[in-house]
Design a protein around this ligand. Sequence first.
Ligand code: T3D
Length: 263
Amino acid sequence: MTYEQIRFESGQGIARITLNRPDRLNSFTTQMHGELRDALGRVAQDESARVLLLTGAGRGFCAGQDLADRAVAPGSEPVDLGASIETHYRPLVLALRNLPLPVVCAVNGVAAGAGANIALACDLVIASRSASFIQAFCKIGLVPDSGGTFFLPRLVGTARAMGLALLGEKLTAEDAAAWGLIWKCVDDDQFAASVDALLNDLAKAPTAGLAAIKRAIHASADNTLEQQLALERETQRTLGFGADYREGVAAFLEKRPPSFTGR
Ligand code: T3D
């Protein structure tokens, strides 16, 4: 598939997807969703991929759904938004969640509507200081989607989730980090280097172990302590038979840096 609305690169264990409609703040179209789906499928099939980066081109990360595609002429049928969510946004969130490798979202500018929540669906969100997060849905009579009503209260608590969702005010990257909505906010002039350093570290990490950490942390939202302890036991059992555990222990004992294969 040829990509026009995203860029996709892969090499040295790092897959990079860049939303690429900068003049529309990288807002989602049906075409962009199709391209994203294809690229995420390629990452899922690529055993050499150890980390995925999702970012945006230009001054924004993503302004959510392209509202130009939602302009309804008087007298014409409205768009079925449920069908749009079912076909595009729900599979996108689940694809990011289910990838067996860490997904880094580098929020390079404003993240609004579904753009904000797609970022929150990623495993590590690093934002430039000039970036911001806006739950813009309430301004157009909608509910936060793409997992927003799931992620927000879990990440920042009910009071702040309500404030963000009901008011749709801009939250700075600095406040997003201070509130625990995202992992980190870094100065704009350090952003590219910080993202690259993070990707390079993750590309050399024990990927199967990181994928298991991701699954276990996400599972904890629905599990009792008993269930979570059982999941940890079984996960540890599996990882303990893996090559990277063996390598990690050997490297520690031999006082040398480990060389993980991701298995
Ligand atoms: O529909 C479904 O399938 C259901 C799912 C819905 C999911 C959703 O995401 S709903 C929420 C949709 N998003 C929004 O409501 C956000 C709309 N955008 C904004 O509020 C503002 O653009 C921002 C706060 C994000 C940024 O403001 P600012 O001042 O930095 O930039 P700007 O001037 O507003 O935007 C720059 C250009 O991008 C501008 O075009 P122009 O005037 O230069 O020709 C603007 O119209 C365009 N743009 C920004 N966001 C969108 C957009 N065009 C289409 N759709 C957008 N979402």
